[in-house]
Design a protein around this ligand. Structure first.
Ligand SMILES: Nc1ncnc2c1ncn2[C@@H]1O[C@H](COP(=O)(O)OP(=O)(O)O)[C@@H](O)[C@H]1O
Ligand SMILES: [Mg+2]
Length: 259
């Protein structure tokens, strides 16, 4: 059975694209067949995965994500990325995809219907979600078997998680009863911040089973690697090996929870 994993949080900058990209590398290295669908109109994940080494801008071909919202789409063409994964891309700041926020709710299942025939070609489909609770997120959740939620701790982290879980549960109750919440991944944590520690305590008290055992601290090599479009474990430095260890622990926990 193909595992279809969404990386979701309505907040920007929490690590959705980072984890999606690093997971794509990780699964490829382990010999899995991987498709990434970039559901975010900013197109960050597409630009990192599609770019060849030494190139400034990615060159895209094939079907783009906004086209998946058509009522019936024949012949989806995926892009083959240099690292080996396939991609349904979103060009940088794609107005066509941003426009999909305005579609009626019942059309949010069009991408699932259109992409469904491709699933048997892959072991994993990874969906990088946009920073909103709108139609594109619903479309991603509607086709997912699992959802992983990276969270950055702040004074408002707990409120944000509540809103996100409510959206996931409403999709589960309507469009996709089989979706499973893998849990909340604490990313970019600063263990010296009182605000972070307080927010973490509150989350652990309210939803203990959903909080991942492993988390990721604020790690510059992870930022560097993702921006270069390479796995963090390919960067050679003392600081990078610590970052790689944390990232791999989280990726393994995602896979463990999904299997
Ligand atoms: N643990 C981390 N340590 C340092 N930088 C991080 C970490 N996680 C993410 N980043 C950086 O923070 C920025 C936002 O992350 P990103 O994955 O793009 O968030 P999102 O997709 O949720 O908007 C990126 O520049 C990314 O490289
Ligand atoms: Mg992103």
């Amino acid at each position: 059975m193909t595992k279809i994993i969404s990386f979701a949080n309505q907040k920007g900058g929490v690590g959705k694209s980072t984890l999606c990209i690093q997971m794509a590398f990780y699964l490829m290295e382990r010999g899995h067949r991987v498709l990434v669908i970039d559901m975010d109109g900013q197109g960050n994940t597409s630009s990192r995965l599609a770019r060849r080494e030494g190139e400034d801008e990615a060159e895209y071909y094939g079907t783009k994500t906004s086209e998946l919202f058509a009522p019936k789409l024949k012949n989806i063409k995926v892009m083959h990325c240099p690292y080996g994964m396939d991609l349904i891309h979103t060009p940088k700041n794609d107005p066509d995809l941003f426009e999909m926020e305005a579609i009626p709710l019942d059309q949010a299942i069009n991408p699932r219907r259109n992409v469904f025939p491709l699933f048997p070609n892959y072991d994993y489909v990874l969906l990088d979600c946009p920073p909103s609770l709108g139609r594109k997120l619903v479309a991603a959740l509607a086709m997912s078997t699992h959802v992983a939620c990276p969270v950055q701790l702040s004074g408002f982290a707990v409120d944000g998680v509540e809103g996100l879980l409510n959206t996931i549960i409403s999709v589960k109750n309507t469009l996709n009863p089989s979706i499973e919440i893998l849990g909340i991944i604490i990313n970019n944590m600063n263990s010296r911040s009182m605000t972070h520690l307080k927010a973490l305590k509150q989350l652990q008290a309210e939803i203990p089973d959903l909080i991942f055992k492993h988390g990721i601290a604020s790690r510059a090599p992870l930022d560097n690697a993702t921006n270069l479009g390479i796995p963090v474990w390919k960067i050679r430095s003392g600081a990078a090996s610590e970052a790689a260890r944390e990232v791999k622990a989280v990726l393994n926990e995602i896979l463990l929870r999904a299997n």
